[in-house]
Design a protein around this ligand. Structure first.
Ligand code: ADP
Ligand code: MG
Ligand code: MG
Ligand code: MG
Length: 701
């Protein structure tokens, strides 16, 4: 959940009074940091994942599974190693919203070498083992997106009951007790309370129940007049879900803005592919994903802002929750696809413009800043705007969007980064690693081939809703930008392009932009130590890198308005990933074509191939999404009464089965095929390291 400031949280009334103060200084801080850092160049590609986990406790006698409220205790132990040796640890552990959740990341980010793709899964496995060692034999750490019976009676261990009437309760939920909120940091309960208070009532999350032949209507707790709705009423239902996130460092701000834009249209696509959460509060629903749940779970808009009442006390109507899909592109190429009117305060926008920020970035920041702070700590109220960035981060880190544009933190060696945030957590390390490596490879292909996925924001919004529908991965179609050229045609075009030199007949992917002017035949990579460093490979910044080779995706400059209408087509997930002749080459074929030009050591190659094949099969519907698999498990369970209810025993058996899958003790052909055999390692082999050192790229030891 981003920033974790220390200190004492202010009351909602005090926080509310300081909303303009935070905004004003947050904007000053952004303007100052922008000028300090806008010319920062030459950062290398670094990237890392974040996986969130739920701790489950099994009662094998009663056949009941509950969430174990022991994250704080676990984190104490998990953080000991980090405290002793902050730079040397292989993993980092952070609190998350739930008292039953933890978030794990690699100890340090991965770098720009192909061989790093082989480290991800082993690192994820290490993290899982590290937690497992601290658990009792009846407990299990699971990377599941949602605990299926979260909010159903008696879902926590130890047992706690919600206190909806208690004025001291943060959530006041009928279902989700405050004890299930992480107790070790005041941020989480403060956010819960303040979001509820700002909104003027409890949050309200509505999901259509999956209607089976015996489904009893109204569903327990359904709102009046909406008998088929599963109603959830607390932040914990959304923020208590787990996800898989990725952060990349760009070589400079321009590349970061470009990557932000190019990845934004892929968010709904990846959400559909990773759909993993069809069950809420013990009911099968019509939704396969957490996104709308989490979006509504922190929707702090007042009734006026939501358009339910005429504007009186609130400044604007606001179209979306502060947790939602992005609303505008940041790069010049993206500008024409900003087809949804952005809400922002003109004064804030003008201050950004007067501060020397360009229109696209100014409107992005002004739009983030329509939100009030919902968590403010007394120690952080007064700041030095020339050095501190807490007020900016306060608003930035509570705009939870599909993509996040992350400026470098103060006084650090970290560069401009973008975060990719839509994916749902998958059951196995193999799947999570496959998704992570796929997305990182995609960024390399986007930069290298200058691909263009830009799609009007209104269509991306539409895709976000489509992505969450039941079995969207196999059944729905998504707006996608057309490109008529196959990878072969694209490669042929590149090979014929004098300004895009190639070596050994393969498409250039990694040569150094500046070097190649002088040495057009320089080998792009040496002896299996392929680098993918955005900066030093010159594959980074389309705007400064004179030769545009465009990976077969039509570029903006040649579009006329007529063509524009033709440009966006409705494609299935299969067509997007595996290609549709004459329309789009397919994301995986594009990656394969890119990889042909890279020299990769055999083990890494094998691992990447496993991942790509897995993704191709899931996209093709040959393998099912986690969400579909969970549905099938429920529907086929002997205790299932065709009433949409995921009972204690169904929940228990489902989670036990997931445990066996993640431990590799059970193979589910529908999910993973006949097993997977990636050659993941937790180190880069010695021989390769020596080679790297020789080539002057030994940043990782
Ligand atoms: P947040 O919770 O704010 O999104 P985290 O610190 O939890 O951020 O995780 C960010 C991810 O970014 C981690 O996987 C981490 O390894 C990775 N990371 C750290 N430093 C860099 C960097 N310089 N560039 C890119 N990624 C980085
Ligand atoms: Mg997190
Ligand atoms: Mg994090
Ligand atoms: Mg994150």
């Amino acid at each position: 959940m981003g920033l974790l400031s220390e200190g004492n949280p202010l009351s909602w009334e005090e926080t509310k009074k300081l909303a303009d103060h935070v905004r004003e200084h947050g904007i000053n801080q952004f303007v100052n940091l922008y000028h300090r850092l806008k010319d920062r160049q030459g950062d290398i590609l670094k990237w890392g994942d974040e996986v969130e986990y739920i701790i489950v406790k099994f009662d094998d006698e009663q056949k009941v599974a509950r969430v174990a409220l022991k994250a704080q205790d676990l984190l104490h132990k998990l953080n000991e190693k980090e405290h002793a040796d902050p730079k040397g640890v292989k993993s980092l552990w952070r609190p998350e919203y739930g008292a039953y959740m933890i978030e794990g990341t690699p100890g340090k980010p991965f770098g720009g070498l192909m061989a790093h793709f082989n480290l991800v899964e082993a690192n994820m496995r290490y993290r899982r083992e590290e937690v497992t060692e601290l658990l009792a034999s009846d407990e299990c750490v699971m990377s599941i997106t949602n605990f299926p019976r979260l909010g159903a009676p008696n879902f926590t261990y130890p047992l706690h009951q919600p206190r909806p009437e208690d004025p001291l309760s943060s959530a006041r939920s009928l279902y989700f007790p405050d004890e299930a909120i992480f107790p070790g940091h005041p941020r989480f309960k403060t956010l819960t309370r303040n979001i509820r208070k700002r909104r003027g009532e409890k949050v309200s999350i509505k999901l259509k129940v999956f209607k089976d032949v015996n489904t009893k209507l109204p569903v327990e707790g359904a709102p009046p007049g909406e008998p088929d709705v599963v109603l959830l009423d607390a932040m914990g239902f959304g923020m208590g879900c787990c996800c898989l996130q990725l952060t990349f460092q760009a070589c400079n701000i321009t590349e970061a803005r470009r990557l932000y834009d190019q990845l934004a249209p892929l968010c709904p696509i990846m959400l559909a592919l990773t759909a993993a959460s069809p069950v809420y509060r013990g009911y099968l629903t019509e939704s396969d994903c957490r996104w709308n749940v989490i979006s509504s779970s922190v929707d702090c808009r007042t009734p006026e802002e939501r358009g339910l009442e005429p504007l009186k006390d609130s400044k604007f109507r606001i179209a979306k929750s502060r947790y939602d899909s992005i609303d505008s592109y940041l790069s010049p190429e993206g500008a024409k696809y900003n087809d949804v009117k952005l809400t922002y305060d003109d004064d804030v926008y003008n201050r950004l413009i007067d501060g020397g920020i360009d229109h696209l970035l100014a409107q992005h920041v002004a739009h983030l800043f329509i939100r009030d702070t919902v968590s403010l700590f007394s120690e952080k109220v007064h700041q030095n705007d020339n050095e501190d960035t807490d007020h900016f981060e306060n608003i930035q880190s509570t705009n939870w969007q599909t993509m996040r544009f992350k400026p470098p933190p103060p006084n650090s060696s970290i560069g401009w980064r973008v975060e990719f945030r839509p994916c749902e957590a998958q059951i196995s390390d193999f799947e999570n690693a496959a998704i992570v490596c796929f997305v990182v490879l995609l960024t390399r292909v986007i930069l290298s081939y200058q691909l263009n996925f830009l799609t009007p924001i209104s269509k991306v919004d539409e895709n976000m809703q489509t992505a969450q529908k039941r079995d969207a991965c196999r059944k729905e179609k998504f707006w996608f930008r057309k490109s008529s050229k196959s990878p072969e045609q694209r490669a042929a075009k590149q090979n014929g392009n004098a300004s895009a030199p190639t070596t050994n007949g393969t498409a250039k992917a990694t040569t150094n932009g500046s070097e190649e002017e002088d040495e057009p035949n320089k080998q792009p990579q040496v002896n299996g130590t392929a680098k993918m460093n955005g900066h030093s490979n010159g594959i980074s910044n389309g705007t400064t890198n004179g030769h545009a080779h465009n990976g077969g995706v039509d570029s903006d400059h040649t579009d006329t308005d007529d063509e524009e209408n033709e440009l966006f087509q409705l494609l299935t997930i299969n067509e997007i990933f595996n290609g549709k002749p004459g329309v789009f080459p397919g994301l995986v074929p594009l990656i394969r074509s890119y990889l042909q030009s890279m020299e990769v050591d055999t083990d890494t190659h094998c691992t990447i191939e496993q991942y790509l094949r897995f993704i191709q099969k899931r996209a093709a519907g040959e393998l099912v999404t986690t969400a579909t698999w969970i549905r099938d498990q429920v529907l086929n369970h002997p205790d299932y009464k065709q009433d949409s209810v995921v009972s204690e025993s169904i929940n228990y058996d489902l989670l036990k089965c997931i445990q066996r899958i993640q431990e590799g003790k059970h193979i589910e052909p529908a999910l993973l095929g006949q097993g997977n055999h990636s050659k993941t390692k937790d180190f880069i082999p010695h021989a390769l390291q020596k080679q790297l050192a020789k080539n002057g790229c030994c940043e990782d030891k």
